[in-house]
Write a protein that binds this ligand. Structure first.
Ligand SMILES: Cc1cc2nc3c(=O)[nH]c(=O)nc-3n(C[C@H](O)[C@H](O)[C@H](O)COP(=O)(O)OP(=O)(O)OC[C@H]3O[C@@H](n4cnc5c(N)ncnc54)[C@H](O)[C@@H]3O)c2cc1C
Length: 566
């Protein structure tokens, strides 16, 4: 099987890339381990940013203001040229979705509704109630179907076929049949989403967001970037960590401690309060809990009651439904118990503004990629935007490039990669080890939460890194998986866990090395940002024992680093 452009991932980034590559004339194959409309993008709630200036308090908004807020929010680690590309493309991207029939919420005058989000100077987050991701995802899927793009779903990609610095395609397991298959392509785009499940004890991310998608290229020689920057969302639902969107606070929700105080006034200006950026709000919440002002030493209250039933039912119906179903509480009458939960990976596969990586023919887009537009801390509403802006650029670039190439299938490279994967499968099925891989995974996520969470310090991180290395060694001795053939989910999960461990090693190595605090990376032993030494991106290159760590310059522009005050 051969495609001009292979896309791995059926979320927003993958489908937008597929549409762009198809429209530029390429034969596209879209591969996904789950059905595209079940991709994690569908869980996005609050909205997508674009300086449309529709909101009465946002009339002076511009893409330039959006860029400034994003760069300041990133604690000046974002590449400024990439941010400017994203914010200036944003209005056009929203109108394109509108023309494709995306059911955005509307203001009375019919214009697309916008709500305030954290760290934004103006209300610029466009939304469809609190189901924005779902609406965007279905809109793109319709466009994929309309174009008759080949969608190969329930195909699990396990390896990149790379030789001599050139990517020849991917190796997949067809989950339906259990067969391995090599798929050749002149370009391969990874759009495999985030790595939240590395922190599975406390994350808003779905089980599909494992991190294997960044680790497959890393194993094949593609560097990763800025892996230590992990976003904790302030409001995960107590117990399950299901996200309570920032839109709750955008619509006017309060955060309350056990003294009945809106405590954010002690951390940021009274003008900003609950709408501070996520890194600052999550730290404030964890401080309240650590200092005994939480409930049951665990959570705080997100109070929506003063918004009234009409606004809650109209703008936040999904949040109400989740609270009723998972906590048996009604936000119209009850405060919501929330605590910070791991939410987003700012780092990922190192790539340029067209998604190109250092391996010829291999691209990345969406949450698995690091362009970098989020730097050390992403602003809410900017990730959906990142997926579609850079998904489209990447798809277009890959298609334009491969159109000039002949379709020569590199059979040797594909065959040898296929053979390696079949042999790995056999080794897993015949292992004589005793270790339970799921115990290793649980231990890993506990280490990540305890040692690489919101507050970090050298002693704990050194211990944590050693613990991860031991888990990696134990993983070499896992018990055999059953050779079930069809729908071998044991094989899938064990492969994902190998990716979790490797991603965890990168996060830990980067965090321990970075002796400063910047955005989401907060060290109690180095509590200040240090631009002189650390205004640089971390780069991780695979080596069998531990990642090799190097650094590269941040692309600066007109915005000079300044102290972040809100
Ligand atoms: C609960 C929640 C709410 C959010 N709300 C917002 C919001 O309101 N606004 C905002 O801007 N951002 C939000 N985000 C972030 C945003 O939703 C994500 O960053 C974004 O949707 C990721 O899209 P993606 O296309 O990169 O990946 P995904 O949508 O995660 O898609 C990944 C795809 O890759 C496929 N895949 C992965 N690995 C493999 C493999 N090995 N083989 C084959 N296929 C594979 C999967 O099947 C899937 O189709 C939210 C995140 C969460 C967790």
């Amino acid at each position: 099987m051969f495609y001009d452009v292979i896309i791995v991932g059926g979320g927003l980034a993958g489908m937008r890339a597929a549409i762009a590559a198809h429209d530029a004339g390429a034969k596209v194959g879209l591969i996904s381990k789950i059905h595209p409309v079940r991709s994690h993008s569908g869980a996005a709630q609050g909205g997508i940013n674009a300086a449309l200036a529709n909101h009465p308090q946002g009339k002076d908004d511009t893409p330039e203001r959006h860029a400034y807020d994003t760069i300041k929010g990133s604690d000046f680690l974002a590449d400024q040229d990439a941010v400017e590309i994203m914010t200036s493309a944003a209005p056009g991207i929203i109108f394109e979705f509108e023309h494709w029939g995306c059911p955005f919420s509307r203001f009375e005058d019919g214009s697309i509704a916008q709500r305030p989000f954290g760290g934004a100077g103006f209300p610029r987050t466009c939304y469809g109630a609190d189901r924005t991701g779902l609406y965007l995802l279905h809109t793109l899927f319709e466009q994929v179907v309309k174009r008759k793009i080949d969608v190969l779903y329930e195909r699990f990609v396990t390896k990149l076929a790379v030789k001599g610095g050139r990517c020849a395609g991917v190796i997949v397991m067809n989950l339906h049949s259990g067969e391995f298959q090599a798929i050749g392509g002149n370009a391969v785009i990874f759009a495999t989403g985030g790595s939240g499940r590395v922190y599975s004890v406390n994350t808003t991310n779905a089980h599909a967001s494992t991190g294997l998608g960044v680790v497959i290229p890393y194993w094949a020689g593609v560097p990763l970037e800025d892996m230590e920057f992990i976003q904790f969302h302030p409001t995960g639902l107590d117990g399950s960590s299901i996200l309570m969107t920032e839109g709750c606070r955008g619509e006017g929700g309060y955060l309350i401690n056990n003294k009945g105080e809106r405590f954010m006034k002690n951390y940021v200006s009274e003008k900003i309060m609950e709408l501070a950026p996520r890194d600052i709000t999550a730290r404030a919440m964890q401080t309240e809990i650590n200092e005994g002002r939480g409930f049951e030493d665990r959570y705080l209250h997100l109070d929506l009651r003063h918004l009234g039933a009409k606004k809650i039912m109209e703008r936040l119906p999904g949040i109400r439904e989740i609270c009723l179903n998972f906590k048996s509480i009604d936000p119209i009458k009850d405060p919501i118990p929330v605590h910070p939960a791991m939410h987003y990976t700012m780092g990922g596969i190192e790539c340029d503004k067209d998604g190109m990586t250092r391996v010829d023919g291999f691209y990345a887009a969406g949450e698995c990629a690091c362009v970098s537009v989020h730097g050390a801390n992403r602003l809410g509403g900017n990730s959906l935007l990142d997926t579609v802006v850079f998904g489209a650029r990447c798809g277009r670039h890959a298609a334009d490039r491969v159109k000039k190439m002949s379709q020569t299938v590199d059979t040797d490279t594909l065959d040898s990669a296929l053979k390696e994967e079949k042999e790995r499968y056999q080794r897993l099925c015949s292992s004589s080890g005793k270790e339970n891989p799921y115990t290793i995974k649980n231990e890993l996520s506990q280490v990540m939460m305890d040692k690489f969470g919101i507050f970090r310090n050298e002693t704990d991180m050194k211990k944590g890194l050693d613990e991860i290395k031991i888990l990696k060694e134990r993983f070499n001795h896992i018990r055999a998986i059953p050779d079930t053939g069809k729908f071998n989910y044991d094989f899938l999960w064990v492969t994902e866990i190998a990716g979790n461990i490797e991603a965890g090693l990168c996060i830990a190595t980067g965090a321990l090395a970075r002796a400063e605090s910047r955005g989401s990376h907060f060290r109690i032993d180095f509590s200040k940002r240090n631009d002189e030494q650390w205004l640089k991106h971390s780069l991780f290159t695979y080596a069998p024992d531990a990642p090799q760590l190097t650094y590269k310059a941040v692309t600066m522009g007109k915005y000079k680093p300044e102290e972040r005050k809100y």
